[in-house]
Design a protein around this ligand. Structure first.
Ligand SMILES: NC(=O)C1=CN([C@@H]2O[C@H](COP(=O)(O)OP(=O)(O)OC[C@H]3O[C@@H](n4cnc5c(N)ncnc54)[C@H](OP(=O)(O)O)[C@@H]3O)[C@@H](O)[C@H]2O)C=CC1
Ligand SMILES: O=C(O)[C@H](O)COP(=O)(O)O
Length: 498
């Protein structure tokens, strides 16, 4: 159970009130204020977390700055060793952490366990990748640039940035937290985590695994509280040297307010699934179900619009409809495919998109049904560009189908979006696939499979409003370092063996 056994020190007087993590200790905030986490399924308060004060944030950042200085002098292999230890502890305690994910964000039970295991694997991979790429630098000689003799040797290495602020979203509160924490730590940075409110307790449990692994005091901290209240103070804090954020439009606002520091932003998406006449329609239908409806469509990489050639549209829609009918709908504890969406306001937003489509004449392939936060999976056919669902991301189990008559039309629609995260193409013609991929303004294009972030060492990036920079283990480690050069100036040209 959450907050019990090794996690007992996280809880306050009752097992639903959780402390925050500062200077290697679990603490109650002096604010005396708590933030409630509502269970999306029961719509009742499940847990409460501390609303940290600005003073507490100041202390955390000061401690993080101090801890980082000694951490940067800790041998790389020792940093990796601690990360491997944290990964093992995380995996060992996957059950109580997954239980938090089920209660806080209604993630289906099996997927919740997968998130924790995937996170442990990510931390270990990061440790291994870090010792390789951070163990190498460059050696340059001056005479390759015109006008120079070989009188200068330039040695470059990757050095840490300082304090990294990590802000993950509700849909992967553990995995998208460690995908920022592990690269930051292996690269010699300290980390301040501000978890999403929905998912904060799972994140606190994950942080405790780093505590149990024995990381130095102050190196890893976790501030809780509503992003709308404590967010600006954190993101504009002069002690923060880098922000790694995943979430919605909030990221655009942060990028305008943050100082002159490196930013890693992974924001929303409207990933198109383009299906050509020669595409394998069974494969496409299976990927539409997995891509569009897993975790009830609450993934940035979810298939969010189907662009299908008119000549094969009826067949494809029938295949998808048949599979939608088989999706199970209900509580996450029962491991249903479709579970309640994260908040009531999300459910209302999704309903607004559905009603707009209804009013403007979309074809409902299923009856629209909602109970509380639970929305039954819905395929909307014959969606037109004047409908909001054609452009906006529902972050829910509702999927629009737009019928197209040419490849150009598909590319035009995909590129007209303000987002540019991923897209996918179903065709047996690899030449067409490559041409379409090249024309699509997205960070990644998948050929004959649904969009996805993983495997987690692949580069992951969004263009346009979908983000800044690139994630993936290697890119994140590099992003959380800067280059330092030392130039050795020789009194006379010197050529090895020359
Ligand atoms: N590209 C990607 O990889 C992903 C993108 N997303 C996108 O995120 C959205 C849904 O996720 P959601 O969690 O609701 O996104 P939000 O942008 O609302 O929240 C993301 C994080 O930012 C915090 N936050 C809120 N306000 C501020 C602020 N002013 N300053 C700093 N931090 C703040 C939130 O905390 P709190 O919870 O306390 O408000 C949360 O931890 C969708 O649009 C989706 O597309 C989601 C997942 C991955
Ligand atoms: O933010 C998201 O929703 C995730 O980065 C998507 O990850 P996934 O493709 O592994 O679900």
């Amino acid at each position: 159970m959450a907050g019990t056994s090794v996690f007992a020190e996280l809880v306050d007087e009752d097992t639903t009130v959780f402390k925050f993590y500062s200077d290697g200790e679990w603490k109650k905030s002096t604010s005396g204020k708590l933030v409630s986490i509502i269970n999306p399924t029961t719509r009742k308060t499940q847990y409460k977390v501390q609303a940290c004060t600005q003073e507490e944030v100041n202390k955390i950042i000061e401690a993080a700055k101090t801890a980082q200085k000694s951490w940067a002098k800790t041998p790389l292999w020792k940093r990796a060793e601690l990360l491997h230890k944290a990964a093992a502890i995380l995996k060992e305690h996957r059950a109580p952490i997954a239980e938090c994910l089920v209660k806080e964000i209604a993630k289906p039970a099996k997927d919740a366990v997968t998130e924790v295991v995937r996170s442990g694997d990510l931390v270990s991979y990061c440790a291994e990748e870090g010792v390789r790429i951070l163990g190498e630098g460059k050696f340059l000689v001056s005479d390759s640039f015109p006008g120079n003799e070989r009188t200068k040797y330039c040695l470059t290495s990757k050095i840490p940035l300082g304090v990294v602020l990590a802000i993950p979203p509700f849909n992967y509160p553990v995995n998208l937290a460690v995908s920022k924490i592990a690269p930051a730590l292996i690269a010699g940075n300290s980390i301040v985590l501000k978890p999403p409110t929905q998912g904060a307790v799972a994140a606190l449990h994950m942080v405790h695994c780093f505590h149990l692994a024995g990381f130095p005091k102050g190196l890893v901290s976790c501030v809780t509280g509503k992003g709308s209240e404590i967010g600006d103070f954190l993101t504009m804090h002069p002690g923060v040297s880098c922000i790694s954020f995943t979430g919605g439009d909030t990221g655009i606002a942060i990028s305008k307010k943050a100082g002159m520091i490196p930013l890693q932003m992974e924001l929303g998406g409207k990933d198109a699934c383009i299906i050509l006449e020669d595409g394998d329609l069974d494969l496409a239908a299976a990927n539409i179900i997995k891509g569009g409806f897993s975790y009830s469509g609450q993934r940035c990489t979810a298939v969010k619009v189907i662009l299908i050639m008119e000549s094969v549209a009826d067949t494809l829609v029938e295949k998808v409809k048949a599979k939608v009918a088989k999706l199970t709908v209900g509580p996450p504890e029962d491991d249903c495919d479709i579970t309640p969406v994260v908040t009531e306001s999300s459910a209302n937003f999704i309903e607004g998109l559905v009603m707009d489509a209804k009013q403007k004449g979309a074809t409902f392939c299923q009856e629209y049904k909602r109970e509380g936060n639970l929305i039954w999976p819905l395929l909307l056919d014959n969606v037109r560009p004047d409908m909001r669902i054609a452009w906006e991301e529902p972050f829910g189990p509702v999927l629009p189908v737009i019928r197209i008559n040419s490849i150009e039309e598909a590319i035009y629609h995909s590129n007209a979006s303000n987002f540019g995260l991923q897209g996918c193409i179903f065709t047996r013609d690899i030449n067409k696939a490559i041409l379409i991929s090249d024309a699509m303004e997205t960070g990644t294009v998948q050929i004959n499979s649904a969009p996805a972030r993983g495997p987690d060492h692949f580069p992951f990036q969004g263009l346009k409003d979908s983000g800044i920079g690139s994630q993936g283990i290697t890119n994140s480690i590099n992003m959380m370092t800067k280059i330092k050069s030392t130039v050795i100036n020789l009194p006379a040209p010197s050529y090895a063996m020359g």
